[in-house]
Design a protein around this ligand. Structure first.
Ligand code: GLA
Length: 431
């Protein structure tokens, strides 16, 4: 009996906490939300011909303005992040990185002040090796100098890439930069690409990665296409036993940017990316043009119910729990014993197909009853269901139905309370 209790307690503790300690900088307790320039604006440095879209201080200032004006900040998006191609090709006389003087005439400190004045945070980009992926100066040999420069400028996040480095030095490089950032005593969120560059050679040590970084890229860069999003999902599912346990408050797997609002995804596919990124507890870093985005994409990216799943306080990453009849089911445990479920229709031919709701493993929480809410493709209360439910949910090709499932105990007061909360005010009044 005593032994049984100990086992139960251990099981309980391991359910509550991720496998390893997170980087102890108090940051990224929930998946980071913001905007990052790379996928949409890449290394466009031609400000003569394309002043609107080139990598310049203007781009980030405009993005910060829109983030405040158009409800992005209010929805939770906080970080405005610079990617590659911002610096000058030469360091200054003191060996410090400097922004390209033509494209950033006011300098990064002024830009950070501007972004902060809007109540937002600024992210910057550097590389653990000799040069960045696009050929700008790398930080190798300059970790402390660069960390201090970023801190002096008032930077709030560092994306640290892994190009042009010997893979055997990745661990040392990423760890030393983590220590250098910590030494500045400024809170700088640390976004790594360590495992992505290590996977071709060996299985990365996720315990060490979680102790070092606030999030980490595992797989290829996202492109503006459904095949790219699908490949990221497939990689994640096929490595979930290794990577899911390492995610939790303070440290997250990063499947790369949201490309919603661009050119390559249909609306159903955009819904799939949003739903699955929330299920994966992924950083929500949009790479799109917020100055010019279609209203449906905007509404999707600002959907409060999906963001609530992403930011759920339990901080557990979801996983693929079933593959049936060209459907994929992904489940994420949420706080208060709830479950988020995404049903993805992988069949890219024909019309909507019905998914029988009780056909996935997590449905067991519906014993004896549960309450089901559909969030995508549209918000709908599906009411109280039982283990034997015959509810069928239609899902469009390459689209996703996103649901939350709330268990209801056998106790009548619980059922009553849930019913009551789901009735609109008008009906409550009449009742
Ligand atoms: C790598 C990274 C991308 C981006 C580019 C910039 O490919 O994975 O996210 O930062 O470099 O050159």
């Amino acid at each position: 009996m005593k032994m049984f209790r100990v086992v139960c307690l251990l099981a309980f503790v391991s359910v509550l906490s991720p496998a390893a300690e997170a980087l102890d900088n108090g940051l990224a307790l929930k998946p980071t939300m913001g905007w990052l320039h790379w996928e949409r604006f890449m290394c466009n440095i031609d400000c003569q011909r394309d002043p609107e879209n080139c990598i310049s201080e203007r781009l980030y200032m405009q993005m910060a303005d829109v983030m405040v004006k158009e409800g992005w900040k209010k929805a939770g998006y906080q970080y405005v992040c610079i990617d590659d191609c911002w610096p000058s090709h030469q360091r200054d006389a003191q060996g410090r990185l400097q922004a390209d003087p033509k494209r950033f005439p006011s300098g990064i400190k002024k830009l950070a002040d501007y972004v902060h004045s809007k109540g937002l945070k600024l992210g910057i980009y550097a590389d653990v090796g000799k040069s960045t992926c696009a050929g700008y100066p790398g930080s190798l040999g300059y970790y402390e100098t660069d960390a201090q420069t970023f801190a002096d400028w008032g930077v709030d996040l560092l994306k640290f890439d892994g190009c042009y480095t010997d893979w055997t030095l990745l661990g040392e490089g990423y760890t030393n930069m983590s220590k250098a950032l910590n030494k500045t005593r400024r809170s700088i969120l640390y976004s790594c690409e360590w495992p992505l560059y290590e996977w071709p050679f060996r299985k990365p040590n996720y315990t060490a990665i979680r102790e070092t970084c606030n999030h980490w890229r595992n797989f290829n860069d996202v492109y503006d296409s459904w095949s790219s999003v699908k490949s990221i999902l497939e990689w994640t599912a096929s490595h979930q036993d290794i990577i899911v346990p390492s995610a939790g408050p303070g440290g997250w797997n990063d499947p790369d940017m949201l490309v919603i609002g661009n050119f390559g995804l249909s609306h159903d596919q955009q819904e799939s990316q949003m739903a699955l990124w929330a299920i994966m507890a992924a950083p929500l870093l949009m790479s799109n043009d917020l100055r010019n985005i279609c209203p449906r994409s905007k509404e999707l990216l600002q959907n409060r119910r999906i963001i609530d799943i992403s930011q759920d306080p339990l901080g557990k990453q979801g996983y693929r729990s079933a593959k049936v009849d060209s459907f994929e089911v992904w489940e994420r445990p949420l706080s208060k014993n709830r479950l988020a479920v995404a049903v993805l229709n992988m069949q890219e031919i024909g019309g909507p197909r019905g998914f029988v709701i009780r056909a996935f493993p997590g449905w067991k929480i519906c014993d004896p009853k549960c309450n089901v809410t559909q969030i995508l493709p549209q918000y709908k209360e599906m009411g109280v269901q039982t283990q034997q439910s015959t509810l069928v949910i239609p899902v469009n090709p390459s689209g996703t139905a996103l649901l939350t499932v709330t268990p209801i105990s056998g106790d009548f007061t619980g059922i009553h309370k849930l019913h009551w909360e789901n009735v609109s005010f008008k009906h409550k009044y009449i009742l």
